[in-house]
Ligand binder design. Structure first.
Ligand SMILES: [Zn+2]
Length: 343
């Protein structure tokens, strides 16, 4: 359900309907999902992940995306250096490293796994994550206003770690587990390459834990088809006179475990830093159960008294911090494109 009312510029974006029970995918061995029996130790190649390179921060940040998720009991418990450069199943533990294009099968990365036999349940025994060293990676946190040029290492690592946990590809939801696409939440670098609501529900199904988590976020991306994502808004400039309307929009993600009903505001800003000191031009509510991903586009009006000039437009969820969240850094984003306000 998505609707809006331009006259009052109060927007409502959300759903009361439960998200599908089995959107995320995993292997099953009757009667249980195939999972790790315990937390695991992971061995990093110090040649692949040297302390002097941002790739090391990226891989640790990516482990943190899963380890910091509450209401999910699996953890990458020990992440240690391992100078053994042979990577292979059955060799020595769960190894992570850069490999040749051929060893990665021509993919960005591949996670190879070994299982015990399926007999009234099945465990994962070993997993090796291999990243392609011939890819021109983007390191660090991706700009959430843009589509990837080079593949994000951080995003790819979060995806491979999803496989490591036991999640399979999910082409039909907004998810880090999509096969070919990627999309980024808003907020600061402490969050962007992160599981979406569907991924979080998957992890919590495989490794359920009674702890709760409330966390929602804003994103400029939407799903456009099987394994495909795109920016919700174009990145160009909309020339709009004062009092005229322009197109806007965003998506609301609930990656926590609780139903969320949050206020939001839309602002116009002279810079890409979106804050409550910018001019508020609309407000609304975004809501939905755990796992929700909803987006909307809508027209907005430029205030008659706004000074002509070039503006960023952005959104802030829960602008007055009424709802306590596990992560507060993912609630705001500047939208792609600009609005050039003319007299
Ligand atoms: Zn994959």
């Amino acid at each position: 359900m998505k609707f809006w009312n331009l006259r009052s510029i109060f927007l409502v974006l959300g759903t009361f309907v439960g998200v599908p029970a089995h959107a995320f995918q995993f292997d099953e061995c009757w009667p249980d999902p195939v999972t790790w029996d315990n937390d695991v130790t992971v061995k990093l190649s110090p040649v692949s992940f040297p302390t002097t390179h941002p790739i090391r921060n990226d891989i640790f940040t990516s482990f943190g995306r899963w380890n910091d998720m509450r209401g999910m009991h699996f953890e990458f418990e020990n992440i240690i250096n391992d100078n053994d450069t042979t990577m292979g199943l059955g060799s020595d533990g769960n190894e992570v490293g850069l490999v040749s294009n051929a060893a990665a099968g021509g993919a960005l990365a591949v996670t190879q796994m070994r299982f015990d036999i399926c007999f009234f349940g099945q465990d994962i025994e070993e997993a090796d994550m291999r990243f392609n060293n011939s890819v021109t990676w983007e390191f660090g946190d991706h700009d959430p206003r843009t589509v990837e040029g080079n593949a994000s290492f951080r995003f790819t690592a979060v995806h491979e770690m999803g496989h490591f946990l036991g999640l399979n590809h999910e082409p039909n939801q907004m998810a880090v587990m999509t096969n070919t696409a990627s999309a980024f939440h808003g907020g600061n670098a402490a969050f962007r390459s992160a599981p979406f609501g569907d991924d979080a529900r998957g992890a919590r199904t495989l490794y359920s834990h009674s702890n709760s988590e409330t966390d929602f976020s804003i994103t400029n991306f939407r799903r456009t088809g099987s394994d495909a994502t795109a920016l919700i808004l174009g990145s160009g400039t909309q020339n709009t006179p004062r009092g005229g309307t322009f197109n806007s929009g965003f998506a609301f993600v609930n990656q926590g475990k609780t139903f969320v009903d949050a206020n939001f505001v839309i602002v116009m800003s002279t810079n890409s830093i979106i804050s409550m000191s910018d001019r508020v031009i609309a407000s609304g509510r975004a809501f939905g159960p755990a796992g929700t991903f909803v987006f909307a586009t809508f027209p907005l009006r430029v205030p008659n008294d706004l000074a002509p000039g070039n503006y960023f437009v952005g959104g802030i969820l829960d602008p007055n911090n009424n709802i306590a969240e596990a992560r507060e850094a993912n609630n705001r984003v500047a939208f792609p494109g600009r609005v050039n306000v003319t007299p």
